[in-house]
Design a binder for this molecule. Structure first.
Ligand SMILES: *Cc1c(COP(=O)(O)O)cnc(C)c1O
Length: 367
């Protein structure tokens, strides 16, 4: 089977090879420096990525889930609190809420796969503390509407920007659109390292100072512990790799947008394709089409050597882990319908034009 795949869904080694000498040099530099936890190389990446995103603070952490979890902990979220997020997301958007002891409150998504502001407003109770909009597929959630709702109800907004590094919304980057944001540097994300990694951004100085301690055992300095914390640091080596890759990110994201435009033009007669609004720049972590003939199309694409995925086949409210929340089938019709009709086509900067054409031809030949 693997041999007949002409367009793999991911091809991380291809990108690695393209920058292998720079990465190798970073490995040697960090190795020779003798500094492997925290230190200058981490601070240098944090400074550069904060400037790139246009935020005051960027704080490296162990992974994207921890980024979200640590912000919730820093805000004192816990038992008795409710936190709202989207049901069509990666499971981490919800488990980080449960991990604090708070209750995840799920909301349906709209046609752009992002959380529906009307659903958010309807889900607010006196216990609601935070809204976590997910910038799914690399497209910013409708942040103007969400921030307005948060303001009306005195809530905090935590962007789950795991899939959206570099994305823009009304002139600002994702990560600069709420009170704080969590990014993932998982290898599959648009700025992926060579293991796990994550990043928190915020313009709130006090929050940033607290998070710097929380990620490092609650230590104020080497010997004094101010509060119970966690060990959730971004490895210095991964930060060095991320700093190298950051210089390529806008170019890589632009290539993904070009591929997305080709896909949209090539297959929009046959399937529903994502639409870019004039005020936004999606970075296409995923390119998700929709069709009633989903399973047959996926099988056909595979027979043509095009590997695809579904993000996500089971909405969070229907996961076993979420059973205690009391949701049932039918609660979130859009997410449930999308789960049966979505296909993610391969999209990454290293895809060449002939592969893009193969994907388009394979979709067309089915219809
Ligand atoms: C990847 C992802 C996360 C979690 O990031 P990790 O680095 O894997 O912990 C959270 N939310 C969304 C939407 C993601 O795609």
């Amino acid at each position: 089977m693997a041999d007949s795949i002409k367009v793999p869904f991911v091809d991380l080694a291809r990108q690695f090879r393209s920058i292998e000498s720079e990465l190798s040099q970073a490995f040697v530099d960090v190795g020779r420096s003798g500094s492997y936890i925290m230190g200058q190389r981490l601070e240098s990446f944090e400074r550069k990525v904060a400037a790139f995103l246009g935020v005051r603070h960027a704080i490296g952490v162990a992974d994207g889930s921890d980024a979200l979890f640590l912000v919730l902990k820093a805000w004192g979220i816990g038992p008795g609190d409710e936190v709202i997020t989207a049901t069509n997301s990666f499971i981490a958007s919800a488990w980080v809420i449960a991990a604090t002891g708070a209750t995840p409150v799920l909301v349906d998504v709209a046609d752009d796969f992002n959380i529906d502001p009307q659903g958010v407003e309807a889900a607010i109770t006196p216990r609601t503390k935070v809204i976590i909009p997910v910038h799914l597929t690399g497209r910013a959630a409708p942040m103007d509407e969400i921030n307005a709702i948060a303001q009306r109800h005195g809530l905090l907004v935590l962007e789950d920007a795991a899939q959206a590094i570099g994305a823009r919304y009304r002139g600002k980057r994702a990560g600069n659109l709420g009170n704080a944001a969590g990014f993932s540097l998982h290898p599959l994300k648009n700025l992926g390292v060579y293991g796990d990694g994550g990043l928190i951004t915020t313009n709130d100085d006090a929050l940033a100072a607290l998070l710097m301690k929380l990620r490092n055992h609650g230590l104020r300095n080497r010997d004094e512990c101010e509060l119970w914390g966690f060990n959730s640091r971004l490895d210095t080596l991964q930060a060095a790799f991320a700093e190298i890759k950051l210089a390529y990110l806008d170019g890589w994201n632009a290539r993904c947008r070009t591929i997305a435009a080709s896909y949209a033009e090539g297959v929009s007669h046959h399937v529903q394709v994502p639409v870019d609004q004039p005020w936004e720049e999606c970075v296409y972590h995923n390119f998700v089409i929709r069709t009633e003939r989903r399973d047959a199309l996926m099988a056909h694409l595979l027979s043509q050597g095009v590997d695809t995925r579904v993000h996500y086949p089971i909405p969070i409210h229907l996961q076993d882990a979420a059973r205690h929340l009391g949701y049932k089938r039918g609660d979130f019709p859009n997410a449930e319908r999308f789960a049966k009709t979505m296909i993610s086509l391969p999209i990454y900067p290293e895809l060449d034009d002939s592969q893009v054409k193969q994907v388009i031809d394979a979709v067309r030949s089915f219809f």
